[in-house]
Ligand binder design. Structure first.
Ligand code: 13P
Length: 342
């Protein structure tokens, strides 16, 4: 039997129109983002950047949970207060990324398999003791000629289900992320078909591994044409395709769907989430939320650039994007919000 706490945490993640903020970039990924902005790639800079984020005043008005990385969950504010305490004190639920990354999949050129199951039970026990109440695992599906293969879909969804079962055993809500990448020139229709196939496989594996759907959150991609596809689609068309796909594949017992942003601009991600809520919210069985990294953080990172004197302006930018996505959940986001930025 699933515990009431797990169900309550899963519901809290998508309550009050809030959503998740992912700051769980691995060290190499965050270093790459720093490099692009000309920020030196030191542990202290990574700590300062995460301090800027978790100490943003008022973040808890729009953000229900923050996804941390192993390095970050052990870090503290300059005065020694652990980040995890600052997060909890702001009324935000701390979470943790627990996969150890997507690696080349043997026998499957061009495809990835996410690793991290070995020793996971013990790591989850430690994270729970530290205060984490949910955990994320990301599977990566590439869409190109002849891929994804069934072998890649099966192996990744099986790993997702095994991680999810271990999370629930440890009292952590699994935030299950099967990401069909935006990279490539595929069409909206191709993304729809692959996303549907992957989501059906996810829920078959979750059933087989006895994961309780009431105590999980799904973190899928939106259904989009590839970033290099010549035919880009309107906001409403993306909203319609994404919802049709989810309605086919995601059981009603799941409390919440929290999209990843996947490289969309912050404004587009908000506009698309808004359109889905405007057009469909009243008929959906699950809450439709966000779990964005880049689509919330990017403007703040660009403003900060490693300079202490930019912290306040960067925090304002972060607060603004969090607020836009909260408004998008309410179906109240509009482009005028981008001009007022308050
Ligand atoms: P993006 O929103 O930048 O895609 O990141 C979400 C995430 O958590 C990736 O694992």
């Amino acid at each position: 039997m699933i515990s009431q706490e797990l169900i309550a945490t899963a519901k809290a993640i998508v309550a009050e129109y809030k959503g998740l903020l992912a700051i769980d970039e691995s060290t190499p990924t965050l270093n790459k983002r720093f490099e692009k902005e000309g920020i030196s790639q030191t542990e202290e800079n990574r700590r300062s950047y995460r301090e800027l984020i978790v100490t943003t005043p008022g973040l808890g008005e729009f953000i229900s949970g923050i996804i941390l990385y192993d390095e970050t969950i052990r870090q503290s504010r300059k005065d020694g207060t652990p980040f995890i305490k600052i997060i909890s004190d702001s009324g935000i639920i701390p979470g943790i990324k627990v996969d150890t990354g997507a690696k080349d999949m043997a026998g499957h050129p061009g495809e990835k398999i996410t690793e991290g199951l070995d020793g996971l039970r013990d790591r989850l026990i430690e994270y729970f003791k530290m205060g984490a109440r949910f955990a994320k695992w990301r599977a990566v599906i590439t869409l190109k000629n002849c891929i994804p293969s069934w072998g890649c879909i099966e192996a990744n969804t099986h790993a997702l289900a095994r991680y999810a079962a271990l999370c629930q055993e440890a009292g952590l809500v699994p935030v299950i992320e099967p990401e069909v990448l935006m990279d490539g020139n595929h069409t909206l229709k191709q993304c729809f078909e692959v996303t549907e196939e992957v989501l059906r496989a996810v829920f078959t594996q979750l059933y087989t591994q006895r994961v309780a759907l009431e105590g999980m959150i799904l973190k899928p991609n939106m259904v989009l044409p590839g970033s290099a596809c010549l035919k880009q689609e309107s906001v409403d068309k993306v909203a319609d395709a994404t919802i049709s796909c989810l309605l086919r594949a995601v059981p009603a017992a799941v409390p919440g769907v929290a999209f990843l942003s996947g490289g969309q601009s912050g404004e587009l991600a908000s506009a698309r989430l808004n359109a889905m809520n405007v057009r469909f919210k009243s008929m959906l069985p699950w809450g439709l939320a966000f779990s964005f990294a880049r689509a919330i953080q990017q403007p703040a990172l660009e403003i900060w650039r490693g300079d202490e004197t930019n912290v306040l302006a960067a925090q304002q930018a972060l607060y603004h994007r969090a607020r836009c996505n909260w408004a998008a959940r309410r179906g109240e986001y509009n482009i005028a919000m981008e001009r007022t930025k308050s």
